[in-house]
Ligand binder design. Structure first.
Ligand SMILES: CC(C)(COP(=O)(O)OP(=O)(O)OC[C@H]1O[C@@H](n2cnc3c(N)ncnc32)[C@H](O)[C@@H]1OP(=O)(O)O)[C@@H](O)C(=O)NCCC(=O)NCCS
Length: 171
């Protein structure tokens, strides 16, 4: 059974390990250059970065039988990271993490959620109800040769209901 909870300080090393496993898997699949892979493994996935970012953003982790198997981070209306340990892909963990991120964004009062991802992951996010909103290239860092797919999901809430009732005003 998957348990989703807030990341705690003691989880930082395990989150870093999951991220680095995913980055190695992604680097092979996407044929990243050695410079790109090193950036992900040494900088993005480091325990130091995890600790620093988790002070700024909401970090949630997924545990299966007490083992940390995935993570999602949320900053404002954006899902900034969503990663599941490669040996556990396809077991529903990513869907549960996505749903938890969506709930957090909804509860914070936002009427949409956003993220940037690699083209290979678009079908997963489409199955979560997201749609491609555009593409862009990073302007700095080692990934300026790669397209980032921007995806968006409108969250139905009070704003949508009010708009609908306004269409037939007065009632
Ligand atoms: C994308 C990711 C988070 C999905 O997590 P997961 O736990 O494997 O996903 P789930 O098991 O919840 O799958 C949900 C559905 O999406 C589908 N799916 C998952 N990954 C997919 C992919 N890469 N392409 C197409 N479909 C995918 C599953 O088949 C499943 O469909 P189903 O419900 O009809 O069976 C995970 O594969 C991952 O961490 N990938 C590496 C990180 C990555 O690529 N991140 C993007 C870079 S920003």
């Amino acid at each position: 059974m998957v348990q989703i909870r807030r990341m705690e300080n003691e989880d930082a090393a395990a989150v870093s390990e999951v991220l680095c496993s995913c980055y190695r898997w992604l680097a092979e699949r996407e044929r990243y250059t050695p410079e790109q892979a090193a950036f992900l493994l040494q900088k993005r996935g480091s325990e130091e970065t995890v600790r620093a970012e988790s002070r700024e953003e909401l970090y949630l982790v997924a545990c299966v039988d007490g083992t940390l198997a995935g993570m999602v981070s949320v900053g404002g209306s954006e899902v900034t990271k969503l990663y599941v340990e490669p040996s556990r892909h396809g077991q529903g963990i990513g869907s549960e993490l996505f749903a938890a991120a969506e709930s957090a964004i909804r509860e914070a009062g936002s009427d949409r959620m956003l993220l940037g991802t690699t083209p290979g992951t678009v079908p997963f996010y489409e199955s979560m109800g997201m749609a491609v909103a555009g593409r862009r290239r990073p302007t700095g860092g080692p990934f300026t040769d790669r397209d980032v797919v921007i995806m968006e999901k409108r969250l139905s809430g009070a704003g949508v209901l009010l708009t609908e009732s306004a269409d037939e005003w007065p009632r």
